[in-house]
Design a protein around this ligand. Structure first.
Ligand SMILES: *Cc1c(COP(=O)(O)O)cnc(C)c1O
Length: 454
């Protein structure tokens, strides 16, 4: 056994034998060296357990696989074949490439972030963006922070600290990774007052809960959760009237914040322009249906926003120049009625015929070891918008005689640009609706390669 140990290569030797591959890696050298050490440590364990000395080619291949999998841990591009358009795990909405091109020239140099070029004095942060948001939403004033969770936290802290916030029991939801409405209200220093029941909350329930301590009536988009059957809730106009009668504020957390409706045959997302007419303040995300960068947007009455802006948390939650610039360009599109140029809009509106053609072009390229067929399926908007609503699509259903669907989907994830799929009825499903058309060539390349028996 000692003899076999002696025949194992050194860490340096193993690294040299793999150098043509490793030289192309962007990972720091100590990470790669640690991987080489682990490969040799495993080989020693194998030998100790009585297995023969592994071939050097096997060791170099093991190192290559380990380094490649480490590289995939870097934040990088993936191809979204899941059919979920606003996929929170995959970076939500794709930002239009044209905007990113312009953002690069602004961010790689200096910009007028807090500088009034006209007067040559220090200025407000991105005042034109705030005005653009208000123009799009039909409101008096707007404010941008890091994300929508921050927007809700800040609004409540600034407007209702140490006071009561009334919320319907049907809207006390948890959204995505741990945004629980009761917890956010508590973190803002407010007292939650629950009214109504899970399925039915009436105006009288809200009215009965108003006290001298009430600051806010809060309406919350239930995100990826839907109550069906016998339900009831007051209209926004009624809630606004109740708020005005009692000298309190009506706030709404819209979640997605749509300025256009995705083409569904059922329920629609509430549009910002319509909801903002009734509220003193609405909040929504920048990277959901808006189709832009991560941001939390607050828009509504100017005196309400002035109070929010004065709160010290605003400074801690503010957005950076790149995001502010991207949002500005995005709102220039929206105000000009050019939302149909956004990738998210185009994906949502792609016709089933177009999608079938693309899936058929994928099907034609299938390489060895892959079998496939086209079938109708359902895409979803995701991001908590339009819960239960789906968009009809035509997807490629794949299987392999060499491996099960878990292994096949892992095979696609281990490609140079990982291809993420969904699994349905024991088959790997590739939905063209969420794949950017310019990535079709890459998908075809992966399919043409086929899969080898493992
Ligand atoms: C997504 C969502 C949030 C959180 O927004 P982020 O931008 O992810 O911080 C808050 N409220 C609702 C209703 C949402 O759908």
């Amino acid at each position: 056994m000692q003899d076999q140990f002696r025949h194992l290569p050194s860490v340096q030797n193993l690294l040299q034998r793999t150098s043509t591959f490793l030289d192309r890696s962007r990972l720091p050298y100590p990470w790669i060296r640690d991987e080489a050490r682990l490969v040799l440590e495993n080989a020693r364990k194998e030998i100790t357990a009585g297995h023969p000395l592994p071939e050097i080619d096997i060791l170099t291949e093991q190192l290559r696989v380990r380094v490649a999998s480490l590289e995939r841990q870097l934040l990088g591009s993936v191809i979204n074949g899941t059919g979920v358009l606003i996929h929170t795990n995959l970076g939500r909405a794709p930002i239009p490439a044209e905007l990113l091109g312009r953002a690069a020239s602004v961010a790689s140099g200096y910009c007028s972030l807090e500088y009034d070029v006209e007067s040559g004095q220090r200025g407000q942060r991105a005042p034109a963006l705030e005005r653009l948001i208000s123009t799009a939403a039909g409101t008096e004033a707007s404010l941008v922070v890091n994300n929508n969770a921050a927007a809700v936290l800040l609004a409540l802290a600034a407007l209702a600290k140490d006071r009561e916030v009334i919320v319907s029991r049907g809207e006390l939801v948890e959204i995505g990774g741990g945004f629980r409405v009761p917890d956010v209200i508590a973190q803002s220093g407010c007292r939650l007052v629950e009214v109504g029941t899970t399925n039915k909350t009436r105006l009288e329930d809200y009215r009965g809960a108003v006290t001298a301590d009430t600051a806010v009536v809060l309406k919350i988009h239930p995100s990826n959760f839907k109550i069906q059957g016998f339900t009831e809730e007051p209209s926004r106009a009624q809630l606004r009237q109740l708020a005005d009668e009692n000298g309190i504020l009506f706030l709404e957390d819209l979640g997605s914040g749509a300025f256009w409706s995705p083409p569904t045959n059922g329920a629609d997302e509430p549009l910002v322009q319509e909801t903002a007419r009734h509220s003193h303040l609405v909040t929504f995300s920048g990277d959901k249906l808006l189709g832009g960068p991560q941001a939390g947007i607050l828009t509504g009455r100017s005196e309400v926003l002035a109070q929010v802006r004065r709160h010290p948390l605003f400074r801690a939650l503010r957005s950076d120049k790149l995001n502010l610039f991207l949002l500005q360009e995005l709102f220039l599109y929206i105000v000009a009625g050019r939302e149909f140029e956004l990738p998210l809009w185009q994906m949502a509106h792609a016709s089933v015929d177009t999608l079938r053609e693309r899936a058929a072009s994928w099907l034609q390229t299938l390489g060895p070891g892959l079998e496939g067929s086209l079938a109708p399926s359902q895409s979803t908007m995701g991001g908590g918008s339009l819960p239960e609503e789906t968009l009809p699509t035509c997807a490629l259903f794949l299987s392999s005689s060499h491996m099960g669907c878990e292994a096949l989907s892992k095979h696609f994830r281990s490609q140079e640009i990982p291809l993420i799929t969904r699994i349905e009825e024991d088959r790997v499903v590739l939905d063209p609706r969420s794949v950017l058309p310019e990535q079709d060539g890459m998908v075809q390349l992966y399919l043409r390669q086929g899969v080898m028996p493992c």
